[in-house]
Design a protein around this ligand. Structure first.
Ligand code: UDP
Ligand code: MG
Length: 312
């Protein structure tokens, strides 16, 4: 039984597609996404393309596509804001009962849509699409991605499934929560997972890019990792406390050594005890400031304190 109020019979499906310099693949993207929806789902739909400050002909091509296909909507951003922000803009402009985020380079195959919708109809609020294989990507890219997902899952306080990017379906109530979240540094997959509700995962094989080159470099991936860590982990802020405790313990060990075996202990033992003790205290105090800072940060972000799923 689903406790959601969204319409799963005559529903509107929103597809959010960020586009940055995708002139070569844009038309194919519109065609393939529209074909899957029309042939396999037959629902009402809107294709929300977010042009993230492309410097090529992406916008022009999308506008041509819009003439052919009235389902196409284009949100043209004033400059390049980055993938996560582009997705956010698309989500903010969506009206659907269900929403799917998909990359514009067709690496996420739209043929997976019916499986996502099936889960949604069965009551899922979020359906993560997990990559079981990645085609057309170099060994280094695959290794980089594998490390990214594993480190992030260790560090962050929420359970984002491993090997899940931004390809996912979200129900209207999840989308409404995301729209209400105004924090500026967006890590969309983190926010979507944080929201909770009924989350499911399906597997798919990631395809090679249809055309063009990936714009994710090591630098942008690091930026994404930082957004994830800053947004969903307190570990870096706690580091001071942990290190401080470690250093003070070492200072006590030296002290004990000096007391128990005064003849054996080096002459600089008292100095070392004092040095480590003061150093440890300073680290702990820094960590404590970090805790207060985190409290402030949490307040400034204005995430809801809790989200009610249903009242009975
Ligand atoms: N993208 C974007 N803004 C950017 C970089 C990328 O909207 O600043 C879009 C891009 O057009 C694509 C998606 O985000 O649709 C994923 O980008 P890319 O293929 O470069 O990343 P990867 O597949 O390597 O994760
Ligand atoms: Mg890609």
């Amino acid at each position: 039984m689903t406790d959601r109020t969204e319409n799963t019979q005559d529903y509107l499906l929103s597809i959010v597609i960020p586009m940055f310099n995708e002139e070569q693949g844009a038309s194919e993207c519109v065609r393939r996404v529209a074909r899957v929806i029309e042939e396999s789902l037959g629902c009402r739909y809107e294709l929300i393309f977010v042009n993230d400050g492309s410097t090529d002909r992406t916008l022009e091509i999308l506008r041509q596509e819009k003439e052919q296909n009235p389902h196409v909507k284009i949100i043209d951003l004033s400059r390049n804001f980055g993938h996560q922000t582009a997705i956010t803009a698309g989500i903010d402009h969506a009206n659907g009962d269900a929403l799917i985020v998909i990359d514009g380079d067709l690496q996420d195959p739209p043929e997976v849509f019916p499986r996502l919708i099936e889960k949604w109809k069965a009551g899922a609020d979020i359906v993560h699409a997990r990559r079981t294989a990645r085609h057309g990507e170099s060994a280094f890219t695959r290794f980089r991605a594998a490390m990214f997902y594993r480190i992030m899952s260790q560090i962050s306080s929420i359970d984002i499934p491993i090997d899940v990017g931004d390809f996912r379906l979200m129900s209207k109530r999840v989308v409404n929560q995301l729209k209400a979240m105004k924090e500026t540094r967006r890590y969309v997959r983190g926010l979507a997972t944080w929201v909770g509700f009924n989350q499911e995962t399906i597997d798919y094989e990631r395809e090679a890019r249809f055309a063009g080159t990936p714009s994710y470099t090591l630098k942008t991936l690091m930026g994404l990792a930082m957004s994830g860590i800053l947004g969903f982990s307190i570990i870096p802020m706690r580091l001071g406390i942990y290190l401080g405790l470690l250093v003070i313990t070492t200072s006590f060990a030296f002290g004990a050594y000096g007391v128990v075996l005064p003849a054996m202990a080096p002459s600089w033992t008292p100095l070392m005890v004092a040095l480590l003790f003061v150093g440890g205290l300073q680290l702990i105090c820094t960590g404590l400031i970090g805790e207060y800072l985190y409290l402030v940060l949490d307040g400034v972000r204005q995430r809801p304190v809790y989200i009610v799923k249903q009242e009975y």
